[in-house]
Structure formats: C-alpha cells, structure tokens
Design a binder for this molecule. Structure first.
Ligand code: A2P
Length: 283
C-alpha cells in the first residue's frame, strides 16, 4: 500500500480503498457533510456509515459536495438490528439508499449478529437476514455484502446456512484488542477484516507505550495506530470531524513500523475492548 486510494481486493473481485473514513458518532447535517467532503478532498475514497449512526443524509450530502465522481468512491452502510429478517432487510436497504441519496452502495453489512441472549433461533435470523443481502447483491444495487461484529461462532453458522461468503467482517480492532481468533478465521475464509475504532475511540492516544514509539518515528500516535492496523492486513476506519486530524490520519504511507515495534504494539495488554461484546448486546 502506497497511498490512501490503494485497494484491498475483496473475495468477489471488487476493490476497496485501503483506509475508510469512519463516521460513528459524527452528527448529521453540516458536521457530517463537511467532514465527509473534507475527507474526500484529502484523498479518502472510502466512507463508512450505518443506518443507526443517523447521519446517512449528511454523509450523502458530503459525497455530492465533494464533486468527486460517485464511481470513484466506495460507500458502506449497515443494517440496524431492529430491521433483521428477510423482508424488513430489503426495506431497510431501500430506506438507507433514499436517505443517502444514492442509487447504489458499494458494501452493505449486517451491523450486529442476532445473539442467543436475545433469540433462541439467532442463527436462523442471521441466515434469513443475510439471504436478503444476497438478494440485494443479485439486484446489482450493492457491489459486495458482509457482516460486522461477527465472531467465529456466528460466522461458522452463517457459512453453513447461506450461499455467498461475506466479503467483509467489520470488528473492533486496535492495539490492545486484535481479536486474533476472529481475524484468523476471516483470513482462512478470505473475508477481509475492517477495523472500527482503530484509535480506540481516541483513548489509545494517551497510551504511554504508543506515544514513545510514535516519537521515535516522528509520527503522531494516531498515525502509529492506523499504520499498525494496515500492517496487520486489516482495513482501518479512523473517524474524525476535525480537518487537521482527517489530514493527519491519511498520512500513513511514508513510513513502516519495524517487525520489532509491531511485536511491542501487538503485546500491549493494558488496553482492551471498548465497545460492546457481540454475544452480550441486548439490542
Ligand atoms: P474528532 O472526531 O473530534 O476529531 P476512532 O477512529 O478510534 O473511533 O477514534 C475517533 C476519536 O478519535 C474521535 O473522538 C476523534 O475526534 C479522535 N481523533 C481522530 N483522529 C485523531 C487524531 N489524529 N488525533 C487526535 N484525536 C483524533
């Protein structure tokens, strides 16, 4: 990878720009529109949103405001948990397209697996929901489909019960929380892993070990986190609404973290999961 527009190849042959612009917790309206337009202006070609972020309208506006051709951009959105099931998923996808103001998205993900805590038939629900994604893929209004927050147990069942291997699994991934079992399973099955919260929602920027390493490379701690994710073969989705940070987070292609430092970062044990556990979420 030499630039932010370089791509990973998905298992169905679709190319996906190697750093995505995260928008979780980005407010809708001008903040979303301006930050997305600024990201595109600064070279990002991949934007990640979700129905539940409630900012698809602003994200779509930012895309149009950027003036960059739709075909040069890669846009992801996600199905919210309340819309699981075949028919509801088809409707929710239409609603996301409408809100985004787009006639297709590049990647559509199931946001969270249904889990046993809530549903005895969770595997069946996940398969039915995913079958709707397969149908949407067939219609041509999405270029690739996948999942988010799926652990090995959810993925194994999904692969047994459906026809198309997910192109992507988007999970929490950052120094101190690298979910090796899930990542290894995805790699074995040719599922690209995407990292949400690559900066640990910003909390990692105070980590002393990371600060020390960053100083040695003359880079920011955020840049070290993003580069670490890329060097692990995972696609980072850093979020920012601040133009200087949006620019900074894109400058991760002019240095390489040494194998020795990668090991130090991999062994950071004093950070952990920040988001929810997929088997525990009550929603
Ligand atoms: P903001 O959006 O106000 O600029 P993550 O991508 O892990 O979810 O982290 C996002 C959080 O980290 C946001 O609070 C964001 O703030 C902050 N952030 C993003 N990039 C940087 C950076 N380069 N330096 C400091 N904070 C950053």
């Amino acid at each position: 990878m030499n630039s932010i527009s370089d791509t990973f190849l998905l298992n169905n042959g679709v190319e996906i720009p190697c750093v995505g612009f995260g928008t979780w917790q980005t407010p809708d309206g001008e903040v979303a529109a301006n930050s997305v337009a600024a990201a595109i202006e600064n070279g990002y070609r991949h934007i990640d949103t979700a129905a539940v972020y409630k900012n698809e309208k602003g994200v779509g506006e930012g895309i149009r405001r950027s003036g960059v051709d739709r075909e040069s951009l890669f846009v992801t959105t996600k199905l919210w948990n309340s819309e699981r099931g075949y028919d509801k998923t088809l409707k929710a996808f239409e609603s996301s397209l409408l809100t985004l103001g787009l006639d297709y998205v590049d990647l559509y993900l199931i946001h969270w697996p249904a889990n046993l805590k809530q549903f005895q038939n969770c595997d069946e629900i996940n398969a039915k929901t995913y079958k709707a994604l397969e149908k949407i893929l067939e219609s041509g209004r999405v270029k690739a489909i996948g999942v988010s927050n799926f652990l090995v147990s959810h993925l194994e069942k999904l692969l047994q019960n459906t026809n198309i291997v997910p192109a992507v699994n988007q999970i929490e991934f950052h120094p101190g929380y690298t979910q090796e079992d899930t990542v290894n399973f995805c790699k074995e099955n040719n599922i690209l892993v995407e990292a949400y919260s690559p900066l640990g929602t910003g909390q990692l920027l105070k980590n002393k070990k990371l600060i020390k390493i960053a100083k040695r490379y003359n880079k920011s701690t955020a840049q070290i986190c993003i580069r670490f994710v890329l060097q692990k073969g995972v696609l980072p989705l850093p979020k920012s609404v601040t133009v200087s940070r949006i620019k900074e987070n894109a400058k991760v292609f002019d240095f390489n973290i040494s194998d020795e430092d990668m090991k130090i970062i991999e062994n950071i044990k004093d950070t952990s999961r920040i988001g929810s556990h997929p088997d525990e979420v009550p929603w």
